[in-house]
Design a protein around this ligand. Sequence first.
Ligand code: NAD
Length: 732
Amino acid sequence: MDLRNFTIDIDADGLALVTWDMPDRSMNVFTEEVLGEIERFVDAFASDEAVKGVVITSGKAGSFTGGADLKMLSAMFEAFQARKATDREGAVAELFARCGEMGRIWRKLETSGKPYVAAINGTCMGGGFELALACHGRIAAQSAKMGLPEVKVGIFPGAGGTQRVPRLADTQSALQMLLKGETLSAAKAKGMKLIDEVVPDEELVARAKDMLRAGLKPVKAWDEKGFKLPSGPVYSPAGAQVWPAVASLYRKETADNYPGARAIVKCVYEGLLLPIDAALRVEQRYFTEVLQTTEAAMMIRSLFVSMQALNKGARRPAGVPETRIAKIGVVGAGFMGAGIAFVAARAGISVALVDRDQAAADKGKAHSAGLLEALVKKGRAKADEGEATLALIHATPDYAALADADLVIEAVFEDREVKAEVTRRVAEVLKPEAIYASNTSTLPITGLAEAFPDPARFIGIHFFSPVDRMMLTEVILGQRTGDRALAVALDFVRAIKKTPIVVNDTRGFFANRCVLRYMTEAYDMLVEGVPPVMIENAAKFAGMPVGPLALNDETAVDLSQRIMRATIRDVGEGAIDPRHLALVNDMVDGEGRLGRKAGKGFYDYPAKPAKKHLWPGLKERFPQQKAEDVDFTELKQRFLVTMALEAARTVEEGVVTDPREADVGSILGFGYAPYTGGTISYIDGMGVKAFVALCERLAEKHGERFAPTPLLREMAERGESFYGRFAPAAAA
Ligand code: NAD
């Protein structure tokens, strides 16, 4: 057989070893060519007497497959859109057929009469795991990870995943895994019965062949008479235990915002009532439907296409050679600096971690020691690996340690004077080509750069807390920041595997401006007498991961107070609503409720295991509206609209220049309702015209802060979208 992406090696026992190893890629992915080749070998083996069984594995170390190739999905979308305009029925029929291709081939393999074993040597996601599930045996290396993450980009596993998983695992764990898009370790997958055996990495192929030699049946249990579902039939006493709880699990995970998740529940429920072939058709039908939803289109664009583009350096200036960053300096080993040192060392970069004295620097390094210890305990890092990482961090009060750094990141107190003094001291020792970055969260970069001799080498790299978990960094260009500084900053962000957005200098940059709107909208609701619990729930039902009051407690209420005071000082009294300031002053100065760090803020934080709960005193401050008088849908809209509107302002002001960055930045930076595709896709998704109408309605009721901006009005009039007007390339 002449295959480009697979090698086939048939041994003396007639056992075929198929190794997937795409010649031109670092990772195996599904393309039309790959699918075609799989079908060819399945057909060939089916009619070849000499072949007794087949092992499928991958030739890429540590990775079986990353899943579907983006281009395949995009091509499918494009074909659908192009045909839909003139021939809707035909377009849907074609989409249906194309959606079913992968599932059809997996089913063919499953019923081909030859036994197949998937030997999973590493990460095996999406369609690849569905291929494995179609095989008759599944064996995984100890280090392998697997899962069906499709729900996270707005779709769901549509090549048999929703049918084979709940025919192997019990219904509840199956649904849990599918709805969360959870990545499973080999051991956990075995616990769920999705994997038959877990073996040491080096024995994988030999043990897979042993499985075949032991007489693995080429027929699936569900293709035999008398097959019993792991949790029993849907309509049975056992089913009656499971299914009522599913509705609440589904609501809890999704707030009913995700068509992909809704389809998972329907597929599993309806599918388990049917024999496998009919069930697979049900799945295919829902998959075709979900692919046509706005949510799927927006999520695939932001969380898949745009995120990959940004990670690959979409905003990196062309023509600046890539820097391999060997060493960085971090000045200020506090909360943020310690986190930055950790993520850099994890990426194998040496770090000079500088603070005012040895003890403060050591404390910063101890943060990494703690995180590494936890990773080792969880089995996510080996002990010697942890030690090696820690050894990369050199904690010292001596600025001379920064002399050979390629990049220095300043994370000292948020104070112009302190920062200027540190900047001057670093500049004295820095090598001439090194780049200087500030992690400031509020101070304009252009002003900070004045303390540095060469502002072209000065840039902002704004991390989010906690640094080890938040995937976004905001890279901020000062007025005189040069291309090389940007390139080096982006090379660094890439090295530590975070996603960058690049924004222009302004008060609050991008993310904090939007987040501030989220919190102040909650202040407004409090003042109006909306019951606090409704405020928090409305935000969560709108798709936010954390309610605005809980978030405010995390970031600290006294920080809000400081930001308000600074804003009044810099911009004037009118910039802050006096009722908001009064509320915050009361919380901080009157009640000492500074937030989570103080054990009390908008919430009370009793000792564990008790859970936090909203502070009862909050209700006494403002006359409360009756719950039935509150328009809950409108509360949800207010949150999403106020943040989207702020994002639109940043685009209008030229702070954000590419809508992809506002979208990806809003989801990764503050968890903006992912099903919308992000702040700008929320607007484009409903259409600028509809958004403007919504803003006008809210403005009339709640005030000028909701008034649509001139740009929005103009775009509504002309029928434009943000992706159409600001990033024609990104929209494609
Ligand atoms: P922090 O108070 O925890 O840490 C500041 C550290 O800087 C302290 O360890 C202090 O000893 C050290 N320091 C002060 N003056 C110094 C000097 N002259 N030389 C060397 N070290 C000095 O503060 P943080 O929360 O880590 O914030 C640091 C910076 O990061 C601030 O600019 C802040 O705005 C920004 N930031 C904070 C967050 C956050 O969530 N906390 C998020 C993004 C950005």
